[in-house]
Design a protein around this ligand. Structure first.
Ligand code: GLN
Length: 308
């Protein structure tokens, strides 16, 4: 178990080691509000299922969770639609960029998986159809998982993305043409950009993912979020689809199910033990945090903790 190791020492070692990699990636620049961020930042937090928290770096600094929100929305959509969801979205890695359109035409508007943009637009659509106020439902779901009422949308990031939404608009309208989107695409995009804009720090994120390390129950509240079967399925999807077209390399190096976002965050889970959130804004070519990936690789190497 992780408690036998000196986790704080290991995190400090990781933080020291990653310094040499600054300057090798680029912050997301297709969302102007994210392009303004100081690239030379790093934070990492480990949360254990028995309630311990270890951090290094700027773990109180809020950042845009971006596609990490796709895990929250998928979890909610799985509870709302049950197995019907899988008639509208697939479970296979895409091998393509997160915002790619190419597979949608041959696959009749059914996205490859819920963690690429097209797939998350479908899960977001399910939430809008089910709840009268999708914004509040999603935000409250995340606040409850993190046990932090102060978590908010970053309206500037959401607006900035809306102003540059050509690609995501194309995905939404194209899927609607196949009958796979029920909502008005403009409303859908607004809800989608809002959940991508949620601002959290690595402590909030590590806590929010603990239910996936704990068979579907949030250990902080004892509340069941999803069945253990669904928790297994979300973790499996993260392992095979959580890092876009970089998922094989990430699994090879890190060995944990994880989800990334273009804000520079990545959250990974070791079922039965812990969740670990990392943040550093410079991205690799697939849009995953370059230093975040390195930090997770070092962490699983140093601790010898992975699912394998
Ligand atoms: N909001 C971003 C987008 O739709 C999310 C992408 C990501 O984090 N990979 O482009």
């Amino acid at each position: 178990m992780l408690q036998e190791l000196n986790v704080q020492d290991i995190l400090d070692r990781v933080e020291k080691n990653i310094q040499q990699y600054f300057g090798m990636g680029e912050v997301a620049n297709y969302i102007p509000e994210l392009a303004k961020i100081d690239p030379k930042q790093f934070a990492m937090t480990v949360a254990t299922v028995d309630g311990r928290i270890y951090s290094c770096g700027s773990s109180d600094k809020l950042f845009s969770i971006q596609s990490i929100s796709k895990v929250f929305v998928l979890t909610m959509a799985m509870n709302v639609l049950q197995d019907e969801l899988w008639e509208r979205v697939g479970k296979e890695p895409s091998g393509s960029a997160f915002n790619s359109l190419v597979q949608l035409e041959t696959e009749q508007g059914i996205p490859r998986n819920p963690f690429i943009n097209a797939g998350a637009l479908v899960t977001t659509d399910a939430i809008i159809q089910r709840f009268t106020n999708a914004y509040d439902e999603i935000l409250n779901f995340v606040r409850d998982l993190s046990q932090n009422e102060s978590i908010e949308f970053d309206k500037n990031v959401a607006l900035s993305e809306f102003q540059h939404s050509e690609r995501n608009s194309a995905l939404a309208y194209f899927m609607k043409s196949f009958g796979n989107i029920e909502s008005d695409p403009i409303q859908l995009l607004d809800v989608y950009f809002h959940h991508c804009s949620i601002a959290m720090n690595t402590v909030d994120l590590a806590k929010a993912f603990l239910f996936l390390a704990n068979g579907g129950v949030n250990p902080a509240t004892g509340k069941r979020v999803v069945t253990s079967l669904k928790a297994k399925r979300v973790n499996s999807l993260m392992l095979t689809c959580g890092l876009y077209d970089n998922v094989g390399d990430f699994a090879y190096r890190v060995g944990l199910p994880a989800k990334s976002g273009v804000g520079g965050g990545i959250v990974a889970v070791l079922p039965g033990e812990f969740s670990v959130a990392v943040w550093s804004p410079e991205l690799n070519l697939s849009g995953n945090s370059l230093i975040g990936t390195k930090a997770l690789e070092l962490f699983t190497n140093y601790t010898e903790k992975s699912i394998f």
